[in-house]
Write a protein that binds this ligand. Sequence first.
Ligand code: NAP
Length: 345
Amino acid sequence: MALKAMLRTLDEPFARHTTLKLGGPAREWWLLESTAEIGQAVASSEADGVPFVIVGGGSNLVASDRGFAGRVLQVANRGIAIRGDEVTVAAGEPWDDVVGLCVDEGLAGLECLSGIPGTAGATPIQNVGAYGQEVADTIIAVDAFDRRVGHHVKLSPKECAFAYRDSALKHEARWVVTSVTFALERSRAASGLTYPELVKALGRSGEAPLADVRAKVIALRRTKGMVIDANDPESCSAGSFFTNPVLTFDELSRLEKRIETKPPCYAHGESWKVPAAWLIERAGFGKGYGGPRVGVSRKHALALVHYGGGTTSELLELARAIRDGVLARTGVTLQNEPVLLGESL
Ligand code: NAP
């Protein structure tokens, strides 16, 4: 496909493309609507020596108020192919549509990942997970354009090196995901449900109909402002702003001593996962802290919300205050979860 067929705009504000509704203009914005266009656009940007960034749904992105003096390549290829219990999804497909389709088709394995904003192509990058499922459980291949070798490649799960909310794709700006293939299970019921919050909402553990699981997960996420909804001001965010810290036994002991109480914690291999939201509240940044333009969500202390008329600078000032406050109070350094473009914490 000819490059000139791509939709390109100049001085396009990030604020129009991020769930936070923040961010200044990108000098060039290219919309890539096919897998071939993704490869061509990346290769030609490299050849032109133009700085470029890849974006998907803008749900995990904090862009500078200054914008970006380069080229934004927005992955927007579409298409879902189902062969038996295998589903191949183009990177630009809205993730929740994919989950909804699989639930309707009686394909189990993604239902706990309902209501998550963003595109399918973004899910392997941080190994998106929720309520006891993560995409690494079902991904069997990731198709990507490999910038190092200059052509399309197929990555195995092993090459992706999935870990907790992490993968090799996150650490090296080498691969641009073009599609993801999942091996699901032909079943109308989800199995292995143990996540306490979900089990409580369903009123049962183990098995439950896929559609019930999807409905309950979306309802739970709504109570936390984690479903994008024009009528819910708390949902104007980038989801969780910090990752949940994973501590060694010694680090956990030091934390307990310092705050003179036992924090909620969950075994994570040899280590311990502590909810970042709990640390944030403990450090004095309760739900509703801040405002009026940016603040801690009134529904979930882990989300930072833009209530309108604010700037990325204001949001990051709040994020720094929280990070520094949590460090001073607990000795734990929180890491931002969203990608920061043109900024650092
Ligand atoms: P939550 O349910 O309050 O949990 C907070 C933290 O505690 C998470 O790290 C969670 O682990 C852990 N946790 C809670 N109960 C647990 C249990 N019984 N056993 C082991 N670990 C437990 O979290 P939330 O912020 O409202 O989010 C709900 C779900 O969405 C969580 O599963 C969270 O991880 C997920 N989420 C994912 C992303 C992402 O993929 N980037 C972003 C935001 C939220 P897990 O993380 O292992 O669940």
